[in-house]
Ligand binder design. Structure first.
Ligand code: FPP
Ligand code: MG
Length: 286
């Protein structure tokens, strides 16, 4: 699957190879659940961001692709678990029944577990072949972003926040921004940060890339919420959109988009394809 800005052929090939290897010795229902989730029409946003950033920084595709695959495995596991009855209890994702609806809850939990484990197997396999310090640092960075300091921590805070039925006050607003930064932002930031770590770019530019990732992470979750609100998929969750209102949320997206454009102008790299792709994410309506 390609989009107009990035050629995902090598990514798709390594995903197919990964599935082929996984199929060997894997229980057939577990494998079918993994395949159903990984090939379920996801937009491949994180791999696309990673490959585009790698191209900006001249990081070879062969080095970055294991990270792109690992982050898509982590993202996919998080969606499977997020849809479970114990979490958001969703029956549909990407227009299809969710993994637990097709394969049952136990297999869905295990498919998520397997994908998370696979992510680190993929990264460690590359490190075994090449014990380069940057590869280790990039893997550690991804592990932290996916765990309690990032996505898992954000998801837990959201559950606690929702069950506490927070009032619409300033504190709730601040908490929600922190939750978004972790549950969605952490992996988006990481998609851009990993090529920076692999390329050992100067810290000042690394910080600029990370701030682009932070703004994009917020835009991405806000846009998801705006789309849900407009299409009537509002399941009563306390989102930033139903806190500040749809017009303010749209303005915030525009504000963050301008910040991103400004940040790109401070970078001494050829970033046109990456910035165009990020603009399409900011303008997303579906
Ligand atoms: C949609 O991404 C997903 C998000 C905006 C992230 C939401 C955060 C979670 C589900 C965290 C869950 C965490 C745990 C630990 C269960 P996308 O639009 O890129 O999805 P796509 O792959 O379908 O295109
Ligand atoms: Mg959720």
């Amino acid at each position: 699957m390609n989009n107009a800005f990035v050629d995902l052929t090598s990514f798709d090939n390594s995903l197919s190879l990964f599935l082929k290897k996984t199929k060997v010795n894997c229980d057939s229902i577990l494998f079918s659940a993994i395949e159903y989730a990984l090939n379920g029409g996801g937009k491949r946003v994180r791999p696309s961001l990673m490959l585009l950033t790698a191209a900006v920084l001249d990081v070879p595709q062969s080095i970055v692709i294991p990270y792109a695959l690992a982050i898509e495995c982590i993202h996919t596991y998080s969606l499977i678990h997020d849809d479970l009855p114990a979490m958001d209890n969703d029956d549909f994702r990407r227009g299809r029944p969710t993994v637990h609806k097709v394969f049952g809850e136990a297999i869905a939990i295990l498919a998520g577990d397997a994908l998370l484990n696979s992510a680190y197997e993929i990264l460690l396999e590359q490190i075994l072949e090449n014990t380069n310090q940057n590869l280790i640092e990039a893997s550690f960075s991804l592990a932290k972003a996916a765990g309690v300091f990032g996505m898992v921590g954000g998801q837990a805070s959201e559950l606690v926040f929702s069950s506490a039925n927070e009032q619409f006050d300033k504190n709730a607003e601040k908490n929600l921004f922190e939750i978004y930064a972790k549950k969605t932002g952490a992996l988006i930031i990481e998609s851009i940060s990993i090529p920076c770590i692999l390329a050992s770019i100067p810290p000042i530019h690394f910080q600029t890339f990370r701030s682009i990732g932070r703004s994009l992470g917020l835009v991405f979750q806000l846009t998801d919420d705006i789309i849900d609100t407009i299409s009537g998929v509002d399941d009563g969750e306390l989102t930033i959109v139903n806190y500040i209102g749809i017009d303010s949320a749209k303005n915030l997206v525009k504000e963050k988009q301008s910040e991103i454009i400004q940040s790109f102008s401070n970078l001494p790299y050829q970033t046109i394809s990456l910035s165009k792709y990020i603009n399409t994410l900011c303008d997303r309506t579906i």
